[in-house]
Design a protein around this ligand. Structure first.
Ligand SMILES: Nc1ncnc2c1ncn2[C@@H]1O[C@H](COP(=O)(O)OP(=O)(O)OP(=O)(O)O)[C@@H](O)[C@H]1O
Ligand SMILES: [Mg+2]
Length: 579
């Protein structure tokens, strides 16, 4: 019920459509009720009493009610479909906006396919119910009530006789629904699992092929596909069992009316026309009962879908801007981490365990350490992708939790370990952080990032469309595009997570030159894997298991025994070997 009301709240702005729908419904129902009355007069007045001249008029009356009903039916359907489309447009928009605001903690755990299925399939189920189900539900209840009253006015005795059949039908319908509803929830879930497997397979296609794991993937898909089929068949079995039971109990009613009503016609208590009218209404009485089963079903599916949609909408934003957050002007670029402790999930080991670090504006810090030591984590905390568990992160003296997120993040350029490119032109990819940038600015950034010559060598140059996630470019090329992107943003603070992939010496020289220009005049944190990059830094910070173990310049650190000297020696040995 709560879900239903929440959906209906979305419908509030479209009240007028709802009103038209209801009007159409009432008129349509009235027209439905008129046809048996006309039939009765055809039998009693025209056929039995011999007023044959009236036959044509009464036939015309039936055609007229049908046409009238058709016109209202059109307005009813259109108004409701319009309302449903609008509501779903709003729900989908809200979902998408909410997804923009959800924290990385959510995305760390979320399955892309599950999100996709909620935004597409579940929302679609809701739409179908809104557009068709809601009005039908109201319509069937209305016509049930009206028909019941009409039956009483025709023959109270006969009505009293068939009335006990109604709860019988209702019971069958209710029993059926009780059994089938959980099945629909499961079907919905299985469908989402299919989407999730498919989506991961497409995204991970290169991994799948390189491990020749196609058969394993096909088997994985077969399992979810089969589970989906099984759930559907279970629901189908229920339907196939219960539908005949439902109509059997309805037929029982018809039989009673024919037997008892037939006798009453013979004895002259009611006319033949009235009996036919009664039978027509009786069918109308059972239709709502049967339809209700189907509609409640549809409603259950829609509510199951709605629950999943609202669950996503209600997922709390962990990193949320506090009310009245501070506006930031252009940052100087001072960054401080004060006794920062942080972990990705409650109960997990600390990813950072008491990190203190003060960085002056314009300074370049190289972060070094073994894999998993917390280098990337430090970078994630500065733009407040996650909130620290203890201590605080400050930029220009402001706690990042006190400032406006957009103001903060717009001044932080990020060159991540894995460059993500959108499937659009190279020019648009470079200008992602500044959509209004002119072509000259884009080219200037590309030149500084040492990628202009490569781009210019492509047949379509800056208009080359890159594949999804930048497929079709090498790692080094993608990284330099990411550098151009950051340069164009001209951020006060720069976060660079150097790709671990090794590049040839020529590319390395290009990247170093690109980086040198990128770092100029801004505060920078560089997770460095190459000594050539480390050399660009003013200060080196060495991490081990979430703690800072060494800090200083290259010259200071190579002189003392420790992690830094080990790393340098290892790299030099590798370099010698390569030579
Ligand atoms: N999104 C995440 N969810 C949960 N745990 C994470 C997440 N990202 C990192 N971790 C964990 O936090 C710790 C620090 O990871 P971090 O990514 O900072 O390491 P790193 O120093 O950047 O390593 P690398 O050199 O391999 O990139 C690791 O133990 C890692 O398993
Ligand atoms: Mg990392």
């Amino acid at each position: 019920m709560k879900t239903l009301f929440r959906v209906l709240r979305y419908a509030r702005p479209y009240r007028s459509s709802l009103a038209i729908g209801l009007l159409g419904l009432v008129v349509g129902t009235a027209m439905d009720m008129a046809v048996p009355v006309i039939t009765r007069y055809v039998i009693d007045f025209v056929l039995l009493a011999g007023h044959h001249a009236w036959l044509g008029w009464l036939a015309a009356a039936i055609v007229a009610t049908a046409s009238f009903k058709g016109v209202f039916w059109f307005f009813q359907r259109y108004a409701m479909a319009f309302m449903a489309q609008k509501v779903i447009f709003d729900v989908r928009g809200d979902l998408y906006r909410h997804l923009q605001e959800l924290s990385f903690r959510f995305y760390d755990r979320a399955q892309t396919g599950q999100i996709m299925s909620r935004v597409s399939q579940d929302v679609e189920l809701l739409r179908r119910f809104l557009s068709f189900g809601v009005i039908q539900l109201l319509g069937q209840v209305l016509s049930f009530a009206v028909v019941l009253v009409l039956l009483f006015t025709i023959d109270p005795v006969l009505t009293a006789v068939v009335l006990p059949v109604v709860p019988l039908v209702a019971l069958a319908v209710w029993q059926f629904n009780r059994r089938v509803r959980p099945k629909y929830q499961e079907i919905q879930q299985k469908q989402a699992e299919i989407t999730a497997v498919l989506q991961e397979n497409v995204t991970g296609v290169r991994v799948v092929r390189s491990f020749a794991a196609e058969d394993h993937e096909v088997e994985k898909f077969r399992r979810v596909n089969w589970a989906y089929l099984e759930k559907n068949l279970e629901a189908m079995r229920l339907r196939a069992t219960w539908f005949p039971l439902m109509s059997l109990s309805a037929d029982l009613g018809t039989m009673l009316v024919l037997a008892i009503g037939g006798w009453r016609t013979v004895t002259g208590t009611i006319s033949l026309g009235m009996l036919v009218q009664f039978l027509q209404y009786l069918a109308m009485l059972f239709t709502p009962l049967r339809m209700l089963g189907w509609l409640v079903n549809m409603g259950s599916r829609a509510i199951a879908a709605g629950n999943r949609v609202f669950e996503l909408l209600d997922t709390r934003r962990e990193v949320a801007e506090r009310p009245g957050a501070l506006r930031l002007g252009r940052l100087q670029g001072a960054v401080r981490l004060e006794r920062v402790r942080f972990r990705y999930q409650p109960g997990a080991p600390w990813a950072l365990d008491g990190v203190d670090l003060a960085v002056e504006p314009g300074e370049t810090i190289a972060l070094l350490g073994a894999t998993g030591s917390g280098k990337s984590t430090i970078l994630q905390l500065i733009p407040r992708f996650y909130d620290v568990d203890e201590g605080c992160v400050r930029v220009d003296g402001h706690d990042v939790r006190d400032v406006r997120l957009a103001d903060l993040r717009r001044q932080i350029g990020i060159v991540p370990q894995e460059t993500f490119l959108f499937s659009t032109t190279i020019a648009e990819n470079i200008a992602y952080g500044r959509p209004g940038a002119s072509r000259e600015e884009i080219v200037r950034a590309a030149k500084a990032a040492q990628i202009h010559d490569f781009i210019a060598s492509l047949p379509k140059g800056y208009e080359t469309v890159v594949g999804e996630r930048g497929l079709g470019l090498s790692g080094g090329q993608k990284q330099r595009i990411a550098i151009a992107r950051a340069l164009l943003l001209d951020p006060a603070i720069l976060l660079l997570d150097e790709a671990t992939s090794s590049v040839d010496t020529e590319t390395e020289a290009l990247i170093r030159e690109a980086l040198r220009r990128l770092l100029l005049g801004r505060t920078a944190f560089v997770v460095a894997h190459r000594l050539s990059t480390v050399r660009l830094a003013d200060r080196i910070v060495v991490l081990d298991e979430g703690r800072i173990v060494q800090e200083g310049t290259h010259d200071e650190l190579v002189r003392v025994p420790g992690l830094y000297r080990d790393i340098v020696r290892l790299q030099l040995a590798e370099a010698r070997e390569a030579v």
